[in-house]
Design a protein around this ligand. Structure first.
Ligand code: ATP
Length: 241
């Protein structure tokens, strides 16, 4: 029997003011998957994640998460987090004037299980030892890579089943990018499904089980990470070949 999707997006339309950015978008994430969305600047990748996490309002369509329709039920963003769907925005969006520890505590703001939160803090510090060392420093004083780690760690403090990651490799040195993707793989092994958006198509497709190519708010290609890495259209448009 086929496994039920964890996340199923159907016919999704969203945008800003009079402008529609997403046009009948479809995508699916199955439990246990890492799924990548690649596409050019302005294709609508960030908007897709923001709409799924309830920050940008969907105009039409369905966002089914573990069987609940987030659009039809008009579930607000903080309740979406509570359902198990956390969003790590692009790395510079941490709170620079709060300490690392305070940033992490905010990631757990929806939770009422202090024991579980303490366990997850320990897990996050094991995953990112540098954050343990820096826990009393201001977020704004961290390096770009450390801020990205903090953004991911903060989202993990919600104990999500599905983690949305916006451009985890943006602006980072190549060895830091490798480290971030190793952590994503490790999280995934621990049972967290991941939907990530990347400009770094090669890295994203190398690590993703499946991927979607987004062009002006539409899915134009989909396949396994491997298939897309070898697709001549992807190679020409996104892999610089
Ligand atoms: P990038 O990698 O540049 O972030 P993207 O694929 O993530 O690209 P989006 O950020 O989703 O694309 O942007 C899609 C379109 O929506 C672009 O034309 C952008 O100018 C527009 N847009 C994004 N945010 C807003 C906003 N807050 N108000 C108005 N238009 C916006």
């Amino acid at each position: 029997a086929a496994t039920a999707p964890l996340l199923q997006v159907e016919d999704l339309e969203a945008g800003y003011g009079p402008i529609n950015v997403l046009h009948r978008l479809h995508l699916t994430v199955y439990p246990g998957e890492i799924v990548a969305i690649i596409g050019a600047n302005g294709a609508g990748k960030t908007t897709t994640l923001m709409t799924i996490s309830g920050i940008v309002k969907a105009r039409t369509g369905r966002i089914l998460f573990q069987g609940r329709d987030l659009v039809a039920e008009k579930i607000p963003a903080h309740d979406i987090v509570r359902l198990g769907l956390a969003h790590a925005p692009e790395g510079r969006k941490i709170f620079p004037r709060l300490t690392v520890r305070e940033n992490l505590d905010l990631g757990a703001f929806t939770r009422r299980d202090p024991q579980g939160v303490a366990e997850d803090l320990e897990k996050v510090f094991t995953l990112f030892p540098i954050l343990r060392q820096r826990q009393h420093q201001l977020g704004g004083l961290l390096s770009g890579g450390e801020q990205q780690m903090l953004a991911i760690a903060r989202a993990l403090m919600a104990r999500p089943r599905l983690l949305l990651l916006d451009e985890p490799s943006l602006g980072l040195a190549p060895q830091v990018v490798v480290q971030i993707f190793q952590v994503i793989r490790e999280l995934n092994r621990q049972g967290v499904s991941v939907l990530l958006v990347e400009q770094n198509a090669r890295m994203a497709l190398k690590h993703a089980h499946r991927g979607y190519v987004l062009e002006t708010g539409r899915v134009t290609l989909t396949g396994t990470g491997e298939e897309l890495l070898h697709d001549p259209r992807v190679r020409a448009a996104y892999l610089g070949e």
